[in-house]
Design a protein around this ligand. Structure first.
Ligand code: FE
Ligand code: FE
Ligand code: ZN
Length: 292
């Protein structure tokens, strides 16, 4: 079972992220190289990176299961301002350079939002941007399936497929997010059918990361509000099936569930419940008791 969660990129950089992942009992993790909502980035410290790699090795965390997430202010879809679009392209390239220095294999990117332009043009813009960015000696870009909030692109499997078709390189993949799929109208409770649909549209081999989240909202709500495992509309059993699915057994599952009371990370307890295949019916109280 390759299971982990979102962790912080601390003052100790990747070493700090690795330490956090170990405390949560994770053998995979995902991080942003700085604040997700801005583009301010500190220089990377080579020594800390080396120490992080060593600590990963000692704790059975394979580098291929350590994923970066690009900041969500990057928008490759809208080019009403050519300057802003170029900035997104340049910034993503810079993130890829940073990830390369960190030894990372995959970076998750949100396709972007159309905001004021036609969807078909927005999808073309995303492919155009990717054609400028993708290089095989960079980490691989994984486009994330989105919930369809506002004018988000990539909220249907067909939209993702359309973007991929227009990318010249085969060196590109996909990250599926269970909350986003649910909110976009795909039934995660019938996961085998959904995997077949994914295989027919984008190809299962393209999926290199799963974001494992329950959802606060019903199927097809187009909301994108993550919920702790078992406390949302998808439910623990369905999410456990995602983790146990043979077809995705080599793909890291990353939790992006909300902190309890905005303060206490739920991951140690959620990971434990997945490992033991038993829902923790006392999840919130256990977390509060542990951290208080
Ligand atoms: Fe995301
Ligand atoms: Fe996600
Ligand atoms: Zn989300």
């Amino acid at each position: 079972m390759i299971i982990g969660c979102h962790v912080n990129f601390t003052s100790e950089q990747l070493l700090g992220s690795t330490k956090q992942a170990i405390l949560y009992g994770a053998n995979a993790f995902m991080f942003y190289t700085g604040a997700p909502q801005n583009t301010i980035r500190k220089n990377l410290d080579e020594q800390l990176t080396k120490e992080a790699h060593k600590l990963m090795q000692e704790n059975n965390i394979e580098l291929k299961n350590v994923i970066c997430h690009a900041p969500y202010i990057i928008n490759l879809a809208n080019n009403l301002s050519e300057e802003k679009w170029q900035f997104s392209v340049q910034f993503l390239k810079q993130e890829l350079e940073r990830c390369k220095l960190l030894g990372i294999s995959y970076i998750v990117v949100h396709p972007g939002s159309a905001v004021g332009i036609e969807k078909s043009i927005a999808l073309q813009n995303i492919s155009d941007a990717l054609n400028l960015i993708i290089k095989e000696d960079y980490p691989m870009i994984l486009l994330e399936t989105m919930a369809g909030k506002g004018t988000e692109c990539g909220c249907t499997l067909e939209e993702i497929a359309t973007i991929l078709e227009k990318v010249h390189s085969k060196y590109i993949g996909v990250c599926i997010d269970t909350c986003h799929l649910n909110d976009a109208g795909y039934n995660v409770e019938k996961f085998d059918d959904l995997l077949n649909e994914i295989d027919e549209t984008i190809g299962l081999k393209k999926v290199h990361c799963v974001h494992l989240n329950d959802s606060k909202n019903v199927l097809g709500s187009h909301k994108d509000r993550h919920e702790n495992l078992g406390l949302g509309t998808i439910g623990f059993e369905a999410l456990l099936h995602v983790v146990e699915n043979e077809k995705l057994k080599d793909v890291p599952k990353i939790l992006e569930t909300p902190y309890i009371d905005r303060e206490y990370p739920p991951y140690k307890f959620e990971i434990a419940s997945l490992k033991t295949k038993t829902e923790n019916k006392n999840l919130i109280q256990d977390i509060i008791d542990y951290y208080k």
